[in-house]
Each structure stands twice: as C-alpha cells, then as structure tokens.
Design a protein around this ligand. Structure first.
Ligand code: SF4
Length: 415
C-alpha cells in the first residue's frame, strides 16, 4: 500500500511538558553545583524512587539520560568509549552509551538546557534488578567512580505469581536500605513522607494509565511515539505533584480529541502494538512511516511499564514491593503472553511489532516463540524487527522499512 506524507499533529501540552522537564533538570543542577541545599540519588527507572523521596533526595534516572543519548544519536559516539574500557558491545547500550558519555565528560543536557555542564553528581545510587542485572553493574561502575554508596534490591525474577514470601523478601531488602539512606541524607526515616510519596506515585500511575488508555478509542487520539515523549514525568517525577498536574493537563487535551473524533493518524486504518524497547534514534522516521501507511501504534509494553497499580499508602512497604516486583519485565513468559493478548483485545489491535533489541534481551520477548504462539492461537499477525534501543549498528533502516511495508500489506489483505 502506498505511503503518504502526512503532517504530524502537535500535542499542545508539549510546551508545558518542556517546562516541567526543564524545571526538573535545572533544579537538580542547582543542587549538584551547590547553589541549593540538597542531596541527589540516582535510581533505576523502576527502582525504589518513593523511598528516596521520603528522605528528600532529588532523583536522577540514568536510563532517562541514556534515552536522550539514543534519541539525539550521540550514543553512537559514546558506546565505543565504554567498549574500550571493557564494557562489551553486547551488553545494554543504555549502559555503554551513558558510561561512554561520562568518560568523555559530555551530556545532551548541556544543549537542551543551556548552563547545565554535566549530569548531577550522585550522593548515593539505588537500583532494583527487577528489570535486569545490567543496572547493578552500571551503578557499581558509578559507585566506584564517585566513591559513594550503592544500595539495591534483587527481587526474585521471572515470576508466574508474586507470593507473600516474595513480598516479605523484598520488603526486608527495602528496609535494609534505610540506615544508609539516613546516613547519606542526614535525615531520619519519616513514614509520613514515605506514605505521601507512595500516594503521589499511585496518583501519577493512575493518570498515566488513563492517558495511555485513551488510545483504546477509535480513532486513537495519540500514538506510542507521542507516549515515549510524554512519559518523562511518569519516569522522572513520579511521587511529585508536578507530574500529576501535568498528566491532568495532557488527559484533558486528549479527551477533547476523543470527543471531537480527532485522530493522531489521519484516516487511521490499522492499529498496532509495539512490543519491546523503542529504537530511540529512529522514532521520528518510524512514526512518519507508520502514519504514512495509516497505521497507528496504539499500545506498547514499554509505555505501560510505568503503570503501578499496587501502590497503597496504607501499606507503603508491602505495596511498593508488590508494585515493583509484579512488573511485566519481571514476569514469566506465560504471564507476559496473556498480558499482551489482553491488551490486543482492549485496544482493538490488528497486528504486533516485536522489536528484538540486540543489547536488551531482558525487554525483548520474541526469542522464545511468543510471536509464533500469538499468530497461531489467537491469530494475531506479528512482525519481528531486529534493532537496538541505542546502538544503531544493529538496525537496518532499509530492511525495517521494507518489512513494515510488507506487514501492513498483509494486514490490508486481511481486512
Ligand atoms: S532493561 Fe534493557 S535497556 Fe533497561 S537497563 Fe536493562 S538491559 Fe538496559
């Protein structure tokens, strides 16, 4: 089917988003450069942020920084620098691009936010291996570099059910972090603050879930590609009022689009699921190709990763342990498959694109027969594309374009 050139529809809330993110980065820079009092913690993207906030840490997320390196394609300059000190090209390219940028003393933050010279210096690093072991190695690297404590949680992995025993284990690990957090922050643990950050995170998560859910409408008011931009506050500012205020604004705008039947993709004909990591350096090209083919990517495992339904301030430790242990990436293949199947129904999806991301086996779900099973039993057409989140040497643009075109033709024939 012929690809058309279509104009992207801008989301008005984007200006507000830019301001929210700028405030976040500038505030952390002021602390890091000693202009304001405060302490900085680095945290993994699905790490124990709420506990850190209970000690008034400002939180920096290296994965967010890495996605900026990917989106700006600077990652390609930095990955070899990390490779040269022994971090393999086969491990997570978020890790290698971030470490490479650190070694070269460069950051895209400087260009996006004039006056910021570097990522904020950490006082402590906190990880959760619920997503992969790479985050532990990544944070240990910085722990050695900066000479600051590294604390972490290693929950049970690949779970079918999350049992009481699993929760007890993770709660004990969370509580074991407290003495170090007290020492570094100079503050006593305050359960009231902790409950408040859990409450705010739950609200953020609910709002984020609702805005993502609006894409279930036909036509969809926004796309996965919009979601990768607007997820910034859900990742970096969950547990704050600013994130929640932002999602109320975005939600109102998208609801208005739904009410007026405004489609993100003009003449939407196909509705797709994106499974796996984004290809950060090719978001625009992919978004334009899909739009041109009248295909809207309406749902993704990736954007949904920041919906934590379990948060409950009346049981802050237990609910936080539950929320971060039951996430998709930490589950058994059977649970993941059912989850995808349910979303395919809910979002009225015509086909699934699986991104086999070379350096992130953890967030790649096409390697154990899932696309074949989904094609056979519920009969959902699937396409597997090879690529990577940040390392564009693993991605062939031409091949991917051709495969996507052929896939959409296949969907057209089924209509
Ligand atoms: S989940 Fe994948 S992309 Fe994320 S830190 Fe781990 S290996 Fe890297």
């Amino acid at each position: 089917m012929a690809e058309q050139k279509l104009k992207r529809k801008n989301i008005k809330a984007t200006d507000h988003l830019k301001q929210v993110m700028a405030d976040y980065f500038y505030w952390m820079d002021r602390i890091s450069t000693g202009k304001e009092e405060g302490k900085i913690a680095w945290c993994t993207s699905v790490g124990p942020a709420e506990l850190l906030k209970a000690f008034d840490f400002e939180v920096h997320y290296p994965e967010n920084h890495s996605s900026m390196l990917g989106a700006t394609r600077l990652a390609m300059d930095y990955i070899p620098v990390a490779n040269a000190i022994g971090y393999s090209p086969d491990i997570c390219s978020y890790l290698t691009s971030d470490v490479g940028a650190y070694l070269k003393e460069e950051t895209p933050l400087s260009k996006a936010y004039p006056g910021i010279g570097s990522v904020p210096r950490p006082d402590i690093l906190a990880y959760n291996t619920n997503q992969c072991r790479d985050v532990q190695e990544w944070f240990e690297f910085y722990g050695r570099e900066f000479g600051v404590p590294v604390v972490g949680i290693t929950p049970p992995r690949s779970l079918v059910e999350v049992s009481e025993a699993d929760i007890t284990d993770v709660v004990a690990q969370l509580k074991a972090m407290i003495p170090t957090l007290e020492e570094v922050s100079g503050k006593k643990f305050d359960i009231v603050k902790f409950r408040e950050s859990v409450r705010l995170s739950r609200q953020c998560s609910e709002l984020w879930g609702k805005v993502l859910g609006l894409a279930a409408h036909v036509p969809s008011p926004w796309t996965f590609f919009d979601g990768t931009i607007h997820m910034g506050p859900a990742v970096c500012l969950r547990g704050t009022r600013e994130a929640n205020d932002y999602y109320k604004i975005l939600k109102a705008e998208l609801e208005e689009r739904v009410e007026n039947g405004v489609a993100a993709v003009e003449g939407e004909r196909f509705r797709l699921y994106w499974e796996g990591m984004p290809v950060w350096g090719k978001l625009r090209a992919l978004s334009e190709q899909f739009s041109g083919l009248q295909a809207c990517v309406v749902v993704s495992t990736y954007c949904n990763s920041w919906i934590f339904s379990a948060f409950d301030e009346s049981r802050p430790f237990e609910s936080m342990a539950q929320a971060y242990t039951e996430i998709f990436i930490n589950r058994a293949e059977s649970v993941k498959e059912q989850y995808i199947e349910d979303l395919v129904d809910e979002f009225k999806v015509d086909g699934i694109i699986f991104h086999d991301s070379k350096t992130c086996p953890n967030n790649t779900n096409s390697r154990y027969g899932m696309p074949q099973r989904l094609q056979e039993r519920p009969g959902i057409p699937c396409l597997v594309i090879n690529g990577d989140l940040n390392d564009l040497r693993c991605y062939s643009e031409e091949q991917t374009r051709t495969n996507i075109e052929a896939f959409i033709e296949q969907l057209e024939e089924r209509k």
